[in-house]
Ligand binder design. Structure first.
Ligand code: GLC
Ligand code: CA
Length: 547
């Protein structure tokens, strides 16, 4: 059995992700902030989680809502200030919640002082902080057309893998790496407990920046910057800083294969404790949700099982179904009509896997995708680009439908706290549209209902934590080809948990795996009040067996 050592404390934890702008407005300007967060910390604690990941809360012109940072060592004035952050941190720690920050160092904002200096000319001290070329290569950006933008002032092109206002840092420059370490120390010295490292597998670019092959839509060149030549060297430098503190590192790894993930998570090049993988986010799309195709449970299971088995006994998974980059899970893999049923089942289907679960704000109450009437109402840069770039031959209605299915804005609407005005998010008109379903889908109503999605999340998180088997047991999947049922066991010594999730809108009768036949399991969790022979739509059950 795996034991937790001092630096392994994250293994038994679960996390709640806060995207502050839409969480809770504490000072009445319609924008979520750290005053609102402060007031809601008891609620976060009540979920049974042990920590918070804050999406970026630093000063930012918001070209990519915080992921374009103009000052790494301060708080966005919309959210409060450093004093308010320290208050939040102190209270979180008093409640027993760890706090991890988003470390976004693949790029800065073009309004960051480093870039303002760098564009001044080649003899500027910050000249080599970014990636400048006289002639661009053929790479595409992921958010806004070509990956190169001409800068009049400097008379050269700069690289931006994301939006134009997100110039890529030149990580080959040792000074830039020193800056990163300095930023890490700044927050660690203040007492934060670790980092979620944004697109961290993109920070080392192939030497000479060769042209890329057009293998993937919107990603020409990706193979020349994903898992690049010096990535492990650079990450090991950052790792050393973390080792001076009792903190942990979680990397975001877009498009990383499980094979290359092993190099980040295990062995001599281990530089991250966990990684957010993307394979299971492609059960209804190709690469990004905008390239939508029908949901396939078999694909979802295959992705989850692949990561579970590969990391078993070697690494540790970060488990998630939602975050600020993906549409809401009930709208994707469940059903808005069978809202409670699918919302609860989707909790059970991943929280009992091996790894550390992350719950994104609003997921625990079953928030669903918003559908706006026009593309002009959307604010996310990637949704707007996608709409105007792809599928142009389809009619506008169909294209807008694609946005409903795929937009990051779908999951960035204000948190629904109660059935009152503005869903209790703010006293004034919120900065973004509230989902009209807030009268039914909200914290206050769900607190009162023992069978709510909210209370089911609490049950799942506490069950997981109470069981060494669910934390550390081995994982095995049954019937991987079954298109309706996801079934897996977690085993440790003489104990086994059998998790059965129906993704079907119709009743189904899953077969008990051979090894459990003739044995009586104890039903420890179910999302219906009573069980029958058949599994009803989106039913989930968890049984415990003594073997
Ligand atoms: C990550 C973030 C996403 C951001 C992108 C560029 O994928 O999660 O929100 O847009 O990196 O920073
Ligand atoms: Ca506010």
């Amino acid at each position: 059995m795996e034991q937790t050592s001092k630096r392994d404390w994250y293994k038994e934890m679960s996390f709640y992700q806060i995207w502050v702008r839409s969480f809770a407005d504490g000072n009445g300007d319609g924008i979520g902030d750290l005053y609102g967060v402060y007031d809601k910390l008891e609620y976060v604690k009540s979920l049974g989680v042990d920590g918070i990941w804050f999406s970026p809360i630093y000063p930012s012109p918001n070209a990519d809502f915080g992921y374009d940072i103009s000052d790494y060592k301060d708080i966005h004035p919309d959210f409060g200030d450093l004093d308010q952050f320290k208050k939040v941190l102190k209270k979180a720690h008093e409640l027993g919640l760890k706090v991890i920050m988003d470390l976004v160092v693949n790029h800065t904002s073009d309004e960051h002082p480093w870039f303002i200096e760098s564009r001044k000319g080649k003899d500027n001290p910050y000249s080599d902080y970014y990636i400048w070329r006289d002639k661009p290569n053929n790479w595409d950006s992921l958010f806004e057309g070509k990956a190169w933008e001409y800068d009049e002032q400097r008379g050269q092109y700069y690289l931006h893998i994301f939006a134009k206002k997100q110039p890529d840092l030149n990580m080959d420059n040792p000074k830039v790496r020193e800056e990163v370490k300095d930023i890490m120390r700044f927050w660690l010295d203040m007492g934060v407990d670790g980092f979620r490292e944004d697109v961290i597998n993109f920070i080392s670019k192939r030497e000479g920046l060769p042209n890329g092959l057009p293998i993937l839509p919107a990603a020409k060149g990706m193979s020349h910057y994903k898992d690049g030549p010096h990535i492990h060297e650079y990450l090991s430098e950052f790792r050393k800083v973390c080792e001076e503190y009792d903190c942990f590192q979680l990397g975001e790894g877009p498009m990383t294969t499980v094979k290359s993930a092993m190099n980040y998570l295990t062995g001599p090049t281990k530089s991250l404790d966990m990684m957010f993988s993307f394979d299971h986010m492609m059960a209804d799309c190709f690469m990004t949700e905008y390239m939508h195709r029908p949901f396939s449970l078999v694909k979802l299971k295959k992705a989850l099982t692949k990561w579970q088995k590969a990391l078993e006994g070697k690494g540790w998974n970060a488990l998630y179904m939602e975050n600020h980059d993906h549409p809401r899970i009930i709208s994707r893999y469940g059903s808005e009509h069978l809202w409670r049923e699918s919302g609860t089942m989707l909790a059970a289907c991943y929280i009992f896997l091996q790894g550390t679960p992350f719950v994104y704000q609003g997921q625990e109450i079953g928030m669903t995708n918003i559908r706006l009437m026009s593309i002009d109402q959307y604010v996310d840069v990637s949704s707007i680009t996608n709409y105007h770039t792809y599928h142009l031959k389809e009619d506008p209605e169909r294209r807008l439908h694609r946005i409903h299915l795929s937009s990051r804005d779908s999951a960035r609407t204000p948190m629904q706290w109660n059935p009152g005005a503005n869903a209790g998010f703010s006293n004034v008109k919120p900065w973004f549209y509230v989902n009209p379903n807030y009268k039914r889908v909200n914290v206050e109503s769900e607190e009162k209902d023992p069978a709510s999605i909210l209370n089911f999340y609490r049950k799942c998180l506490s069950l997981r934590k109470s069981s060494k088997t669910l934390l550390y047991g081995t994982y095995n999947e049954f019937y991987p080809k079954n298109p309706n049922i996801y079934m897996y066991e977690r085993c440790l010594d003489d104990e086994a948990y059998l998790v059965i999730c129906s993704f079907s809108r119709l009743p189904v009768k899953p077969k008990k795996p051979e090894k459990f036949r003739g044995k009586r399991g104890e039903l420890v969790l179910c999302n219906y009040e009573q069980t029958h022979k058949l599994f009803r739509p989106f039913e989930t059950r968890v049984y415990r067996y003594k073997l």
